[in-house]
Design a protein around this ligand. Structure first.
Ligand SMILES: [Zn+2]
Length: 320
């Protein structure tokens, strides 16, 4: 049996959002080296401040200064910091209860070594040299007995805060391993074939393969090759553009039920006016040229109308 396929996947986007009135004041306070908390209806002081009181659901009436020193209440050592984290050298992630607060703030502690970390450790903020109104205006916390101004925090990605907005870069890098069924499907695509699986109990054919039948829970190892023709069961016309879009709107994204399959899968319908696409329309896969270095997963460019008469509703109703 051939090995499952593996590939690195990288997902990146900038998450931009409004800070809202409370967190805007909290971040602005950090720029001015003040850490603000909020007193709740039960008298407890939350730092960072809540946007809505967990007891009364009301916004905080006022923000009050806490800290700047505090006490570590829990921590975890980060022996190999990742790109974008507060410090380039090993550090601790810690929950820090600032003096005057009843809740804890998550931040980095530059203690030098895990042996120097402990619950109950007294810490103080090390302020970033240039502050813009961001949680990273606190470069990190450091033990209160550390010499002042000894080490600097990293600021490899300054975060701009225009008018109460915050931009957070989000990154996810991981290695995806396809299941044996998915691997057979992807290898088939690279050869211009569509490979699905049939359940031995209910006889349903799934493409792409699921590995196990969702209805019966049994492994599916009965491979079937399907034609590259099918029927549009449902569709939507995409009118909204976004950065990096390959096809210019308007275009159609549809559920296509391949002939011989029992479950539809999603693909693009091109080659006709979007207004002509309809339920029951017969379509055929348009394959990408092999020599252009197309990856297996992208081997079908889109589906296009075949010009055949529409499929009767009964032939695809069960796949809706
Ligand atoms: Zn089944």
């Amino acid at each position: 049996m051939s090995q499952p396929l593996r590939a690195p996947l990288e997902i990146e986007f900038d998450y931009t959002r409004s800070l809202g009135p409370v967190l805007s004041r909290f971040m602005t306070g950090l720029r001015d080296q003040a850490i603000l908390g909020a007193r709740g209806a039960d008298g407890r002081v939350h730092a960072p401040p809540f946007e809505y009181d967990p007891v009364s659901s009301e916004p905080p009436a006022e923000l009050i200064a806490v800290g700047p020193e505090g006490t570590v209440v829990s921590w975890s050592w980060m022996p190999q910091p990742l790109a974008g984290q507060p410090l380039a050298e090993p550090f601790a992630w810690a929950l820090i209860r600032l003096d005057g607060a009843d809740t804890a703030l998550l931040h980095a502690v530059d203690a030098g070594s895990a042996a120097a970390m402990r619950t109950g450790l007294r810490v103080r903020p090390r302020w970033a040299a240039s502050r813009v109104g961001s949680i990273r205006d606190i470069a990190c916390f450091e033990p209160c007995d550390a010499p002042a101004g000894e080490r600097a925090g990293t600021r490899d990605e300054p975060v701009q805060v225009p008018a109460g907005m915050i931009v957070t870069p989000v990154r996810l890098h991981y290695e995806h391993t396809a299941s044996p069924g998915e691997s057979a499907y992807l290898r088939g695509l690279a050869e211009g074939r569509l490979v699905g699986q049939r359940c031995r109990v209910c006889g349903q054919v799934y493409v792409p393969p699921r590995g196990a039948c969702p209805a019966d829970g049994v492994p599916m190892d009965d491979e079937v090759e399907l034609p590259d023709t099918g029927t549009v069961t449902t569709f939507c016309i995409v009118n909204v553009g976004y950065p990096g879009q390959r096809v210019t709107p308007p275009y159609v994204a549809a559920a296509v039920l391949l002939d011989g399959a029992d479950i539809a899968f999603s693909h693009l319908i091109l080659g006709c006016d979007p207004g002509q696409v309809r339920m029951g329309m017969r379509v055929r896969a348009v394959w990408q040229p092999r020599e252009d270095g197309a990856t297996a997963a992208g081997a079908i460019s889109h589906f296009a109308p075949t010009g055949e008469p529409d499929a009767p509703y009964e032939t695809y109703a069960s796949a809706l």
